[in-house]
Write a protein that binds this ligand. Structure first.
Ligand code: MN
Length: 732
């Protein structure tokens, strides 16, 4: 053996020992032997192959297996599947070989993992292929939760080792991770992993911002450590006196969540007051329920500190659907600051850290079958099995199902149903059964008559009223929120869709011909952009269904480009599916034919933007724009890094909202500030006051986010002004 081979062998052996040391203590000798066999097999299969970082390939599956067992808490089957997860994809062995050597269960998990890689890695040409692929991925995943969990472990290790990848690969992986895998981890209840995935992706997408925020958080917690000690001192004394065994830790918000808050609320770092939370994890005493003990501690704490009303969150009585349990409260500390405290038992803490796998540890098999997560998976599967559901619609619904906040409502017999916040009577009807939904005419909510569109609140008791003559109506789509209801309603119209699409295309093409426009995609892009429609199919449907009149479209097609977009300058690194390596900086003017700015989110210089190369056009959105998130999830491989080039040639329209206490002269004070700002111009203002509360809506022109930030700061100093914010869209 050469020196290098010896070093490799040592590395591999120590990683393997490490893995064996992290197995559940209950792992039998027999299972350990099986794991050893899988390791030997994987070692031999990946022999001689190295990762981009230069280390032997086998270290990757070993690391994934260790994450699966140590950080997710999975057992032998998952450890073996993790060790073998890349064998079928990267070597000549087949699923049949795995089946022969390790049995059908492991073969099917490895098969699922291989399919996901193939699908996610596939080069996509048409618009919806990636979404279609993603749907296949989820279909595979839904067979066995372990496939999802191991895939998350795989992604976590790849993200941890991202530094050795080229920049465009880093962007692609970071983007996908942020838009698909972090939400998935969240849905699976893997809190620690979700946070790490977000922070790592963010670090690659915005290295500078990451460095700044991470530094500030660090400084803040060092700074606060003495006041933290002072805050918990009486808490410790009290818990000790009452015989509790516990740990108390201070938790700071993650870098990504701080950034998100700064971005979405237009705050500065210093405005974030809930940066620090205190977590109490106690060993449950025998006897009283954990719930009771949580509330006893709650009561002990409020004897010491003043409770902030309406800030208690009880996820002990009804856990979140990803399994999260804890009791949160906010109290006022000695220095007058609000401090959030999270109370949870050791078991609850385990579930938060390790998610689903910890559930398995604490629940018997019988209970497990009925878990919220299984119901969620069953719901996803049901959605998928409707073979005609549009792939992009599915993506939307899926993403929604990852993020939705829930309410709990009850049937007349007292059965609980979980629905997303904002769900209506009709959503509830579809939740019970598609036929009930299709024939729903209204309901009795808490014994009172309510319409189909009535928004439910937690705790409502709902009795659905039906009529056989009822059929689904198009308008229903305006108020239902669940994926289930939407997919059932659209499915009942689906038959017509193809016909309508054909009609819309014919009308649009006739219009192009009549106006003598070039038969390329130029006019189409212009119309999509103007009417804020993201897919051409949607546009054709709108035309066919007369939501958009031909006159309106004609007017837009005849219009000359407006003046501000012409000077808008963006720099982007020209890279795309064709030549991923080339990274020349290119300045692009918005007038250029290969740059399209969809104004759904009105990005201005300084905003975080993202570009997507779609059919040779770079589409630019704010990074937080829901439409961008939707597109990124479907076109992950088409991300183009874009950056604003600073210049002061042109101004951009922004909408601002002010709220405050009305007083004489407040309007004058605000408008004076704006008039004195040389970098800002006013386009329209609208002020109103009602019951002493003053609201202002301003439409301004600014050069960039820095000018805007300065202005907002100045306005917020005006006496009486409580809140100043930038609106994403006009009037919202
Ligand atoms: Mn892998």
């Amino acid at each position: 053996m050469t020196d290098k081979e010896l070093i490799d062998k040592e590395l591999i052996d120590s990683a393997f020992d490490d893995l064996m040391g992290s197995l559940r203590p209950s792992t039998t000798e027999e299972n350990k032997e099986k794991i050893r066999d899988a390791f030997k097999f994987a070692c031999e299969a990946h022999e001689g192959v190295r990762r981009r970082s230069g280390e032997p390939y086998i270290l990757h599956p070993l690391a994934v297996a260790k994450i699966a067992t140590q950080e997710i808490g999975l057992g032998t089957t998952s450890v073996i599947s993790s060790l073998l997860h890349d064998v079928v994809e990267d070597t000549d062995y087949t699923v049949a070989d795995i089946d022969r050597l390790f049995g059908p269960k492991i073969a099917s998990i490895v098969d699922g993992l291989t399919k996901i890689s193939e699908v996610m890695g596939a080069k996509t040409e048409t618009t919806s292929t990636q979404a279609e692929n993603f749907r296949k991925v989820i279909l595979t995943m839904a067979d066995d939760v372990r496939v999802i969990l191991i895939k998350i472990a795989d992604r976590l290790h790849n993200t941890r080792t991202l530094s050795s990848m080229p920049e465009d690969k880093q962007m692609k992986i970071a983007g996908e991770t942020l838009y698909i895998y972090a939400p998935l981890a969240h849905r699976m209840g893997l809190h620690a992993i979700k946070t790490e995935l977000e922070d790592l992706s963010f670090k690659y997408e915005h290295p500078e911002e990451y460095r700044v925020i991470a530094g500030k958080i660090e400084a803040y917690s060092t700074n606060k450590s003495s006041s933290f000690d002072k805050f918990i001192e009486p808490v410790r004394a009290c818990l000790d006196k009452n015989g509790y065994t516990y740990t108390i830790t201070a938790r700071t918000k993650s870098v990504y969540s701080v950034w998100n808050k700064i971005q979405s609320k237009n705050l500065s770092f210093d405005d974030i007051y809930d940066l620090l939370a205190v977590r109490i994890v106690f060993e449950a005493k025998p006897g009283p329920t954990e719930k009771t003990q949580c509330f006893v501690i709650h009561s002990l704490l409020t004897d010491i500190y003043t409770l902030k009303e309406d800030r208690t969150r009880d996820w002990v009585t009804t856990p979140k659907s990803n399994g999260y349990e804890a009791l949160h409260l906010t109290v006022m500390g000695q220095e007058g600051q609000w401090v959030e405290i999270q109370i949870r038992s050791k078991r609850m803490d385990d579930i938060d850290e390790k998610g689903l796998a910890a559930h398995w540890k604490y629940k018997s098999d019988k209970e497990d079958k009925d878990s919220e997560l299984d119901r969620w998976l069953a719901g996803i599967k049901e959605m998928l099995e409707k073979t005609d559901a549009n792939a992009l619609d599915f993506m939307d619904a899926f993403k929604m199902s990852l993020y939705e906040k829930e309410i709990r409502v009850f049937t007349p017999k007292g059965y609980m149903k979980t629905l997303p916040k904002g769900a209506t009577v009709l959503d509830f009807a579809y939740e019970i059964h598609s036929e009930i939904g299709n024939t729903c005419i209204g309901a009795k909510v808490n014994h009172k008559l309510a319409s189909m569109s009535y928004k439910l609140t937690g705790g409502d008791q709902v009795e659905i009223l039906t009529n056989d003559k009822q059929t689904p109506q198009k308008e229903w789509l305006d108020f239902v929120v669940t994926a289930k209801a939407k997919s059932h309603i659209t499915a009942s119209f689906r038959k017509n869709r193809k016909e309508l699409l054909r009609e819309g295309i014919a009308k649009f093409e006739a219009l192009i011909k009549r106006l003598n426009l070039p038969p390329n995609s130029e006019p189409l892009w212009k119309v999509l952009k103007h009417f804020k429609v993201s897919a051409k199919e949607d546009l054709y449907m709108k035309i066919a269904e007369r939501e958009l009149s031909e006159e309106e479209i004609e007017k837009e097609l005849r219009r000359k480009d407006s003046k501000f977009t012409k000077f808008w300058k963006l720099q982007f690194f020209r890279s795309g599916p064709k030549d991923l390596q080339a990274e020349d900086d290119v300045d692009i003017n918005v007038g250029d034919s290969d740059l399209v700015i969809l104004p759904c989110c009105n990005p201005i210089p300084g905003d975080d933007v993202v570009g997507l190369n779609i059919g040779g056009k770079v589409v630019v959105h704010k990074r937080r724009c829901p439409e961008a998130i939707r597109l990124l999830a479907s076109y992950g491989d088409k991300i183009v890094p874009v950056k604003w080039v600073s210049h002061k040639l042109m101004s951009f329209s922004v909408h601002i909202k002010l709220i405050g206490i009305d007083r004489v002269g407040i309007v004058r004070d605000v408008t004076m500030i704006i008039a004195n700002e040389t970098n800002v111009n006013m386009r329209s203002v609208h002020f109103e006051a009602e019951n002493g509360v003053f609201t202002g809506l301003l439409n301004l022109y600014v050069h960039n986010t820095q000018d805007l930030k300065n202005l907002l700061e100045e306005i917020s100093n005006v006496k009486g002004i409580n809140q100043v914010m930038r609106l994403e869209e006009e009037g919202k």
